[in-house]
Design a binder for this molecule. Structure first.
Ligand SMILES: Nc1ncnc2c1ncn2[C@@H]1O[C@H](COP(=O)(O)OP(=O)(O)OP(=O)(O)O)[C@@H](O)[C@H]1O
Ligand SMILES: [Mg+2]
Length: 292
């Protein structure tokens, strides 16, 4: 089983872009892939895959209900297969995720108070993992990718507890570079919080432009950090923008552009093919890392 969480402490660095394209790449490689969206924001990976239609229906069954032991229907019923991508399913986000920490704290208090055993501990960080196991999910999928929000909390903890591995996108421009120095302590913090080892697939510069400042930051990153830099994703604003406009992965955006053919909506520059090849290569490297 291949599993990882795409995480960064700062927002807007390309987590969702990275997670959706890598998920598509794994699925194309024949991996039965499950994406778990733990980000309460509207611009989340469920939006890209077009499965966020129930997110503001307060009555809908959703992951948060299951995490606090109040699921309405079966857990499997949460899984959306209608992503339009073969081998790729999604457990979508719901607006209730914005209150996840509070809901889980209340559930913990209730569960522990009501339990006949005084020492019973309801471990919040392990709930998603329990749910997946109870429902035989690890047996049904070859890859699990989690996309939590850009801040610490139960969404992140549950994601990392399940995947035990993280991929860390970073922005190399000025402000983004500051948080890079904090990556090791971020991972240490997660290990302490979850009482387990957390594997790091690598640090992934996203939106890299060849400016003097950015190449200096890249050099520092490669020299000073103990983590690998498995790939570098260059500045591709129009392609990535189009993903959000078309609610599609970069692969689908490029494919659509082809379908539109001559005089179609957008032409596909060579650099965008290179970007897709980069995702292919990174996905394969990650697959190999898990097979090893
Ligand atoms: N390689 C790239 N070049 C240029 N822009 C990019 C690149 N990758 C992503 N972006 C853009 O950066 C913005 C943020 O991307 P994305 O939503 O993936 O980040 P995020 O880390 O998931 O954000 P959030 O913290 O809000 O969840 C988007 O507008 C996206 O189109
Ligand atoms: Mg995101």
């Amino acid at each position: 089983m291949l599993a990882y969480t795409v995480y960064s402490e700062s927002g807007g660095v390309g987590k969702t872009t990275t997670a959706s394209n890598l998920a598509h790449a794994h699925a194309q490689n024949g991996y039965r892939t499950l994406v778990i969206d733990l980000d309460p924001q509207e611009a989340s990976i469920s939006y890209i895959f077009g499965v966020d239609d129930d997110r503001d229906d307060g009555h809908a069954d959703n992951l948060v209900r299951h995490l606090i032991g109040r699921g309405k229907d079966s857990f499997e019923g949460l899984i959306r297969e209608d992503t339009g991508i073969e081998n790729l399913d999604v457990i979508p986000a719901h607006n209730m995720l914005s209150g996840l920490d509070n809901s889980m704290l209340r559930a913990k208090e209730t569960e522990e108070q009501m339990h006949p055993d005084d020492d019973f501990e309801w471990v919040r960080e392990q709930r998603l993992d329990q749910l997946l196991r109870e429902n035989g999910i690890p047996e049904q999928y070859d890859a699990i990718i989690c996309d939590p929000q850009a801040s610490e909390g139960q969404g992140l903890y549950n994601a990392v507890y399940v995947t035990r591995t993280v991929l860390l996108p970073v922005e190399l421009s000025g402000k983004g570079a500051l948080s890079i120095n904090g990556l090791e302590s971020l991972v240490d913090g997660l290990e302490t919080e979850l009482e387990m080892d957390v594997g790091v697939l690598g640090v992934l510069p996203v939106g890299y432009a060849d400016t003097t400042g950015q190449s200096r930051h890249l050099k520092e990153l490669q020299e000073d950090l103990e983590y690998e830099v498995p790939a570098i994703f260059r500045e591709r604003e129009s392609l990535m923008q189009e993903m959000w406009d078309a609610r599609a992965t970069a692969y689908e955006v490029v494919e659509e552009a082809y379908k539109n053919g001559e005089g179609g909506q957008r032409r596909v520059p060579d650099r965008e093919h290179e970007t897709l090849e980069k995702y292919d290569e990174l996905a394969e490297d990650i697959q190999e890392a898990f097979e090893a």
